[in-house]
Ligand binder design. Structure first.
Ligand SMILES: Nc1ncnc2c1ncn2[C@@H]1O[C@H](COP(=O)(O)OP(=O)(O)O)[C@@H](O)[C@H]1O
Ligand SMILES: [Mg+2]
Length: 474
């Protein structure tokens, strides 16, 4: 702000002093011209009189001329000594004005200068503003050489008041200063308004960022200001929105995970306490308890390994270990793995693989996708149910489908089916050894391969999971 004022003030000073200098010069010029020519003609008239030392005639000449010009006229000799004074006061005094020296020493024919009457300081029009002294009275000194036979035999000095001109100049300066104050005030006001328009949204954004750095992701900024500012505010809002959802889902995940881990631990604790406090427990019951504890441990380790898989995929830098494989081949292998369970439940697994769908992909990860989907179908479909697995090429994609005629998934549960720990029927899934993480892992793995997964289902009529994988990357 200070720098701004300084620049405005300085440029104004330069401008004002050059204006007042220019005006001053032009005001004085008129005066100089008339004074000069009158004094020059007086000098020509005076020169023969001075040469003849006709003091009487000289004095009357000076007096009339002084009266005409409205000033005081002095006649000096070659040494600058006053010979005659139209006011009759300064006879015999030696005057040392530069205008006189310019005639006597430098041989100029005429000269002019404005001086302060009391101090004798010469006026410099280019520094008028700086040397402004309203109380001082100013006089103009006009000098002309009196030449006789090409010798300078004397100097005529006309002293005339220039107070009126100076007064005009001061008036002009007053006006300029007034204009400066008004302009500077307006400029300051405009600068303040503009800067507040610009800085207000930035300050808002700053506050938002500070809130955020303290962990409060709910802060949003007002979208205002011009172009880029608006975009920045929008970008900030969408970023904080994303961070907020991320924060919420992370909290949700942690609380879900702890809950999932706590349940088997609590069950195990109860059973182990029973074993401790009832040492003479029936042998068969004891074995049953041990088996239950063993199952809970299996569940715990399943959850932990699923969690590890998820965490690994979350840490951005998952690497796919790609190799040439045939999806059809993977499906056959998984069907073979699941056949014993299906047989137990009296289910049929029907494969219709129209194309081998060779691709360059991560075998173990694709295996996980296929196994999870087929296992779910076997697991959730009732005894005697039917599972159909299809594979075909569709354009540049492999389309892999798993259809069952099981209970299906209610419409309201469909949007959440790929969420972590989401289960339609918690108790049933748990009893079947599910963690609720399978489909979310599948979803992530499919995304990693650049594919897409969707589900179609009608309650009571079964479900179809559809996976589309690009056969060629890039
Ligand atoms: N084929 C299916 N038919 C009916 N429901 C299913 C099927 N597949 C998955 N589900 C539902 O989706 C939920 C989530 O599946 P998943 O993530 O694999 O977890 P989990 O199998 O460990 O319970 C299951 O609990 C089940 O309710
Ligand atoms: Mg599952």
């Amino acid at each position: 702000m200070l720098a701004f004022l300084l620049i405005v003030g300085l440029s104004f000073y330069v401008m004002a002093s050059s204006i007042s200098g220019m005006v001053g010069d032009s005001l004085f010029e008129q005066r100089i011209r008339t004074d000069r020519s009158s004094l020059e003609s007086l000098a020509t008239r005076a020169s023969p009189l001075l040469a003849q030392s006709d003091v009487q005639a000289l004095r009357s000449q000076l007096l009339t001329a002084g009266g005409e010009l409205g000033g005081r006229i002095l006649l000096l000799d070659q040494n600058g000594k006053v010979q005659l004074d139209s006011y009759g006061e300064m006879q015999g005094m030696r005057l040392q004005y530069p205008e006189i020296a310019n005639i006597l020493v430098r041989g100029q024919s005429v000269d002019y200068g404005v001086h302060e009457l009391d101090s004798g300081t010469k006026l410099d029009t280019s520094h008028l503003l700086f040397t402004r002294r309203t109380s001082a009275s100013w006089v103009g000194y006009c000098t002309a050489g009196v030449v006789y036979a090409s010798d300078i035999i004397g100097v005529l000095l006309l002293v005339s008041p220039v107070q009126e001109i100076m007064q005009n100049l001061y008036q002009l300066q007053d006006q300029l200063i007034l204009i400066f104050v008004v302009v500077a005030g307006a400029a300051l006001l405009a600068a303040w308004v503009f800067s507040s328009i610009i800085t207000r949204p930035i300050a808002g954004l700053n506050r938002g960022i500070q809130h955020m750095s303290k962990g409060d992701f709910s802060s949003r900024v007002k979208v205002r200001g011009a172009g880029e500012m608006k975009q920045l505010a929008r970008a900030f809002n969408s970023m904080s929105e994303k961070l907020e959802t991320l924060d919420q889902s992370r909290n949700q995940f942690v609380s879900n995970a702890s809950h999932e881990l706590k349940t088997p631990l609590a069950t195990m604790k109860i059973m182990i306490e029973s074993l401790i406090y009832q040492p003479d427990m029936d042998k068969n019951l004891r074995t049953e308890f041990m088996t239950d504890i063993n199952n809970e441990i299996d569940r715990l380790s399943a959850i932990v390994s699923d969690l590890l898989t998820l965490v690994q995929m979350d840490s951005q830098n998952v690497k796919l270990t790609r190799e040439n494989l045939s999806i059809a081949q993977l499906i056959k292998e998984n069907a073979h793995r699941l056949q014993p369970i299906a047989d137990q439940k009296g289910q049929t697994i029907q494969l219709s693989l129209a194309d081998p769908c060779d691709m360059y992909a991560d075998k173990s990860k694709l295996n996980q996708v296929i196994y999870n989907l087929m296992e779910n179908a076997v697991k959730y479909t009732q005894n005697g149910g039917q599972i159909k697995v299809g594979l075909q090429r569709q354009g540049r994609d492999a389309r892999f489908t798993v259809t069952d005629n099981g209970p299906g998934i209610p419409k309201e549960n469909l949007p959440h089916i790929f969420d972590r720990f989401y289960r339609v029927d918690k108790a049933r899934s748990r009893e079947k050894g599910g963690t609720g993480l399978g489909l979310s892992i599948v979803h992530q793995l499919v995304l990693l391969h650049g594919g897409a997964i969707s589900v179609e289902s009608e309650e009571g009529k079964g479900a179809t999971f559809i996976v589309e994988l690009p056969l060629h990357q890039g």
